[in-house]
Design a protein around this ligand. Structure first.
Ligand code: AMP
Ligand code: MG
Length: 477
């Protein structure tokens, strides 16, 4: 496969390293993307490109983003991993993703550059290794919205159309490749894979790599590493809950050790507040329902701890004791971060023992009245929520803190988004792009979502929930 390194063109800024590829052979398989007939750029994230040290003008290159040409220095590979999918253990691996390498930014940061949908790999099993345009644009929109909301997430650098159809249940769909940028793609499932191989050295190599890459400050023991991982998942889950984000498929292969949100499939934002909300068409028992997400995060971390047992202690019984001690801390850590964020959403700077109750009673009211989650907090922020009994308690509580009303409003504006990716607006953007090749609705939506805390803008078209109640999402293929 040719590398796109025409000496007459301006430098693109690619600067790859390959630390993951230096892990033991078990973790990766060298594989090239499969060329496509008609690469065409759909969207390029210029600000992200620049922050990675890439020259966005020189980069507008469909051949690279569709996988037909490799950027200079790329050494493509598919990653091996396993995972618990709906609680069932399976060997998986990158079946439709290829890592090109790790871009080293001008600040010396390291980011995985991964193509999603570049053709089959040795892990594809019966799959085609391809992706449809709709789901790739969906990941682009939601991941960029999450980033703007201040939530750790993988990013989306580009989507290129392939000119090829991908065949799914609903017939032939336009194919596309997403370029994903991530702190890494090390998953809980990567540790499960390493543990399943039964070689302690392999597991240790992965843990050391993870520590060097994401937790360089940790130097005493693998229990400390585990605790640091947990201390990123707890605030991450709290942040999801604060904005009504439902991941939809929190399998252990979709939980990143970096603490970033990863793998946007059937995810969606909740409209009316209800902890039982599920969007994914295949999540029939509500395992991954909104209100169950913290519990599932802890369940996934328990699988990580299980995988790490040989690193905790040579004696299995003692290792299990250490693991149990660690896991039991998650709930408290989650609640701590959840409460801190909920206080901010209500403009509370100080802490009082009854705050949880104050928050819960608002949430109960929201559930009983099917109030829109985002807009309730938005209206509270802007003094537009119809006063009710609860307001009395809240305003008395506000008076018991020294901050001025202006400071309260300022905190609430920073903590309550005015705009989230409303499901019908996402669908509208995707179908315009997929069915009619019209990218304007998506560009407008991306512009709104890039500034979610802009309370000066009204734009009801982007802030109202859909009339239609039974929204469903499908596993991103
Ligand atoms: P996901 O649901 O995206 O987390 O994927 C779960 C597993 O299925 C991963 O190992 C993917 O690589 C694999 N997979 C999903 N879609 C495809 C596809 N079209 N071709 C091959 N493998 C796939
Ligand atoms: Mg996945």
């Amino acid at each position: 496969m040719p590398a796109s390194s025409d000496p007459s063109s301006p430098p693109t800024g690619w600067r790859f390293d390959h630390s993951y590829a230096r892990l033991p052979q078990a973790f990766h398989v060298r594989i090239d993307p499969t060329p496509v007939p008609e690469p065409k750029m759909v969207v390029l994230n210029r600000p992200l490109a620049e922050s990675l040290g890439l020259n966005a003008d020189a980069l507008d290159d469909a051949a690279v983003f569709a996988g037909n040409e490799l950027p200079p220095g790329a050494e493509p590979l598919a990653q091996a991993y396993a995972g618990h999918q709906y609680a069932h253990f399976t060997m998986l691996g990158d079946g439709r993703a290829i890592l090109l390498g790790e871009q080293i930014t001008p600040n010396g940061e390291r980011f995985d550059i991964q193509l999603k949908g570049p053709g089959p790999t040795p892990f594809s099993r019966r799959g085609d290794g391809r992706a449809a345009l709709g789901p790739m644009l969906r990941e682009y929109i939601i991941s960029e919205a999450m980033h703007a909301l201040g939530i750790p997430t993988t990013r989306s650098l580009a989507v290129a159309a392939t000119g090829e159809k991908v065949w799914r249940q609903d017939g032939g769909l336009p194919g596309a490749v997403l370029t994903r940028v991530a702190a890494s793609h090390i998953r809980v499932g990567t540790f499960e894979y390493a543990a399943a191989r039964g070689e302690k050295e392999v597991l240790k190599a992965l843990a050391d790599h993870t520590r060097q890459r994401h937790y360089p400050e940790i130097d005493d023991g693998y229990d400390a590493l585990f605790e640091a991982v947990m201390e990123r998942q707890a605030p991450l889950l709290a942040k999801w809950m604060h904005v009504g984000f439902i991941h939809g498929v929190m399998n252990t292969d979709n939980m990143a050790l970096s603490g970033e949100t990863i793998d946007y499939g059937p995810c969606a934002f909740m409209d009316a507040y209800d902890p039982a909300t599920v969007f994914s068409s295949i999540d029939r028992n509500g395992r991954y329902a909104y209100g169950n997400q913290p519990h599932i995060a802890q369940w996934n971390l328990a699988r990580l701890a299980e995988a790490m047992l040989p690193l905790f202690h040579d004696d299995e019984k003692q290792a299990v004791e250490i693991a149990n001690g660690l896991i039991s801390k998650f709930e408290g850590r989650f609640k701590h971060h959840w409460l801190a964020g909920m206080r901010a959403k209500l403009g509370l700077f100080t802490e009082e023992a009854d705050d949880t109750e104050l928050i819960q009673s608002l949430l109960e009211w929201m559930r009983d009245t099917k109030a829109d989650f985002t807009n309730t907090f938005r209206d509270l922020t802007n003094g537009r929520l119809e006063p009710m009994e609860w307001h009395q308690r809240w305003s008395e509580r506000l008076k018991r803190q020294p901050q001025s009303p202006e400071e309260v409003t300022e905190l609430m504006r920073r903590s309550n988004p005015a705009f989230i990716p409303r499901n019908h607006k996402v669908e509208e953007a995707l179908s315009a792009a997929s069915d009619h090749g019209d990218l304007n609705p998506m560009q407008r939506l991306l512009t709104v979502l890039a500034d979610p805390f802009d309370h000066a803008q009204d734009m009801p078209e982007y802030s109202q929930p859909s009339e239609q109640e039974s929204y469903q999402t499908f596993c991103g293929t």
